[in-house]
Design a protein around this ligand. Structure first.
Ligand code: CP
Ligand code: NVA
Length: 301
């Protein structure tokens, strides 16, 4: 079988994605019960980080160790990746020595080029355009707290960024409605929205968008690589903070998610992070379980 990559949620079928979620729930149960399960003994993952990370690094590294394998952290600062060695050459070399490669980088094209020249599966651990691993954890979390998300309404509040784009793909793959509330100049990619216009609606007003929603999600206003725009963004996004008052307009059973790190007082209020509707911390833990299900799928099926 040809090598499967996970660059966006569209690389797996809806059935495969839901299978991963259910497997993640089982792997979580097994870990909590203290069961040793090492399907990746002697397997090695290279983790290339061109941007900072807490959750992604810890979850992939811990996940590989728990599976009996090993994870290797590579940064551009101390590899030839940072000194201009072509992506194509790096992909051929690294993939000849390891079993799977995880990459966090800027341009989505970089990861596509890497995957094209890699002989082992490549996992997108965040690009400027997409963050599919986070969506596995988010979908697992919704499933655990509320059951199937099919037919539900999800509202994205804030920047039309990499997370927002992955929510558009998730809406398609898990079959839910997605409202996006964003300032006009910070809307998600128009072509992606147009391709999903049957389920995605853009709003300017967060209050109108969250009405009757089952899940409300936000993320930082300035993503990694946009630090220079922070001041302007703080101004432009005023009015897009998720707070308990905004959540009160959603469905009474609605959950709140944030991929973290959170900037309290900016995209989310201090009290929202402590609100019982906030599931951001179980969501963060699920990065571990969902990515273990992904690794098992890519390396043992
Ligand atoms: N949510 C997320 O990807 O977190 P890190 O940047 O800490 O990996
Ligand atoms: N949109 C954020 C997500 C961080 C996990 C960023 O790209 O920095």
């Amino acid at each position: 079988m040809s090598t499967r990559h996970f660059l966006t949620l569209l690389d797996l079928t809806p059935e495969e994605l839901q299978g991963l979620i259910e497997r993640a729930v089982e792997l979580k149960r097994m870990r909590n019960a203290g069961e040793i399960y090492e399907p990746l003994k002697n397997r090695v993952m290279a983790m290339i980080f061109e941007k900072a990370s807490t959750r992604t690094r810890v979850s992939f590294e811990a996940g590989m160790a728990q599976f009996g394998g090993h994870a290797m952290f590579l940064s551009p600062r101390d590899t030839q990746l940072g000194r201009g060695e072509p992506i194509e050459d790096s992909a051929r070399v690294i993939s000849s020595m390891v079993d799977v490669v995880m990459i966090r980088t800027f341009s989505h094209e970089t990861i596509e080029t890497f995957a094209k020249h890699s002989r082992v599966p490549v996992i997108n651990a965040l690009t400027d355009e997409y963050h599919p691993c986070q969506l596995l954890a988010d979908m697992q979390t919704y499933f655990e707290f509320r059951g199937s998300i099919k037919g539900k309404t999800v509202t994205w509040v804030g920047d039309g960024n990499n997370m927002c784009h992955s929510y558009v793909n998730a809406a398609r793959q898990w079959d839910f409605k997605l409202n996006i509330a964003c300032p006009t100049d910070f809307a998600p990619d128009q072509a992606l929205v147009d391709a999903n216009s049957d389920r995605v609606t853009i709003f300017e007003s967060p209050e109108a968008a969250v009405k009757d929603s089952d899940l409300v999600v936000t993320d930082v206003w300035a993503s990694m690589g946009q630090e220079d725009e922070t001041k302007e963004r703080l101004r432009e996004f005023r009015g897009y903070q998720v707070s308990p008052d905004l959540m009160d307009l959603a469905h009474p059973d609605a959950l709140f998610m944030h991929c973290l790190p959170a900037h309290r007082g900016e995209e989310v209020s201090e009290d929202m992070m402590e609100d019982p509707r906030c599931v951001a911390f179980p969501e963060a833990e699920n990065r571990l379980h969902a990515q273990k299900a992904l690794l098992e799928f890519l390396l043992t099926h």
